[in-house]
Design a protein around this ligand. Structure first.
Ligand code: GLY
Ligand code: MN
Ligand code: MN
Length: 432
């Protein structure tokens, strides 16, 4: 590990210890037990779906695959990690990474699934509903105290320099995958082979991705969370959209790129360029004190200008926004908080924990906060040709250029997504 990352991680752990102590006392607790969670087997089977450690557990240990384990936090005391490590010849035994947090904790290797010792007035967080009833009954503690969880979520909204370094590294690894995906597309690969190229170049197996990679060719690029990989390449190649990430020490990258293929109308390639420019403009708008809702609205205004400039809308940009046309071309939010979870916590609450819901007109927006230094957000403007959304407009007098929409519909859509840290003076784009 580089000495920088080593020291940054030590600072990160010290930061958590400093932050947790007053939080626990403010909410009246002497200690906190955090459960890692565990994978549940498929019904009537012995196989499990991919698992991800509970975010507040990962905040300390940075491991995305710890199961059946507990972390006990007590002010002024070393964190106690009860790590499930059974004597099991079916699996490779649990082992800890060579990272400085290990020396800062007392680590107890547990051969059984234990109930941890609780200290004083304790709180428990994590998915404890999954625990056996016998374990649940022995634990006298308040479960999921909402105010405390809100405070811990708020803490996670603001990343330490260590966390930002991890997200930057996750981005570096993910971009290698994106470059391989683009090369596979140029080489006429189908969706599955583009996915395999991505996984190989970003050095990860599919069960470790932070979210299911979206690899959509042609019309599939317009399916926002497209969830399949066609085995065969299509005959004609209009477009590719790749929304794919990587974890590093638990922290996520969430990057999207879109490409025009050899069979795309010229107008589509021009729109891809315009959407890159729009993403760059919006990234430049990231700064402390900026309302993310206002930045989202700026995306709609500038998207409207693109619709007009490229002949998709024959009215004015103001009309396209006012009539809700841009919301049908881009039905998702500008972005979200990013961290240990791809859609990270606390985006829809005020700093005191009270709800800060998405505006009625923009229900899919996942971040309504004013930007502050330490936040990491995605900036991901999109432009799609989704028949289910656009078709109802055909019965109106709105001046949409349906001939051009129909020409572009085989291209599906475009999304360009970068990961951006808010700094004291502006922004730091973590996506190379
Ligand atoms: N990859 C999911 C998203 O961009 O939010
Ligand atoms: Mn994404
Ligand atoms: Mn995203």
């Amino acid at each position: 590990m580089s000495s920088t990352l080593f020291n940054l991680q030590l600072d990160h752990i010290a930061h958590l210890q400093r932050a947790y102590a007053p939080m626990l006392s403010e909410h009246g607790f002497d200690s906190l037990a955090i459960y890692s969670g565990h994978a549940s087997v498929h019904f009537a089977d012995d196989h499990t779906p991919p698992f991800q450690t509970y975010g507040h557990f990962m905040h300390w240990v940075g491991l995305a695959d710890v199961q059946h384990s507990w972390l006990i936090i007590q002010p002024e005391k070393r964190p106690q990690l009860y790590l499930y490590a059974p004597a099991d010849f079916w699996h490779l035994p649990t082992h800890l990474p060579e990272e400085p947090w290990v020396a800062a904790f007392d680590v107890h290797f547990c051969s059984d699934k234990i109930t941890p010792p609780l200290i004083g007035n304790a709180a428990i967080i994590g998915d404890t509903d999954q625990l056996a009833a016998s374990h649940q009954q022995t634990m006298q503690a308040e479960r999921q105290p909402e105010q405390l969880v809100n405070s811990l979520n708020e803490l996670r909204l603001f990343k330490t320099p260590y966390e930002i370094a991890c997200i930057r590294e996750a981005n570096r690894l993910a971009i290698a995958g994106h470059q391989a995906a683009q090369a596979a597309f140029i080489g006429a690969s189908g969706e599955l082979d583009i996915q395999l190229a991505y996984l190989g170049a970003s050095r990860q197996r599919e069960s470790n991705v932070p979210y299911q990679n979206i690899i959509g060719l042609n019309q599939h690029a317009g399916v926002l969370h497209y969830q399949h990989y066609d085995l065969n390449a299509p005959k004609r190649r209009y477009s590719l959209l790749v929304d794919a990430g990587r974890r590093f020490r638990g922290y996520c990258a969430d990057i999207t790129r879109a490409y025009a293929g050899p069979d795309a109308p010229v107008a589509f390639g021009e729109l891809v360029t315009a959407m890159h420019d729009l993403k760059d403009e919006l990234v430049k708008g990231v700064a402390p004190g900026v309302s993310f809702i206002a930045l989202h609205e700026q995306m709609h205004q500038q998207l409207a200008e693109i619709l007009v400039a490229h002949g998709l809308f024959k009215g004015t940009a103001d009309q396209a926004v006012a009539e809700g046309v841009t919301r049908l071309f881009c039905p998702h939010g500008l972005g979200h908080s990013l961290g240990l979870q791809v859609h990270d916590v606390a985006g829809l609450r005020h700093s005191d924990g009270t709800p800060a819901p998405a505006p009625e007109q923009h229900p899919a927006l996942r971040l309504t906060r004013t930007l502050r230094p330490g936040m990491v957000v995605t900036i991901e403007p999109g432009l799609y040709f989704i028949a289910m959304l656009l078709d109802p407009l055909r019965n109106t007098s709105l001046p949409v250029n349906w001939r051009l929409v129909d020409q572009l519909s085989s291209c599906g859509g475009i999304r360009i997504e970068d990961n951006v840290a808010v700094t004291e003076s502006g922004f730091d784009n973590l996506t190379p």
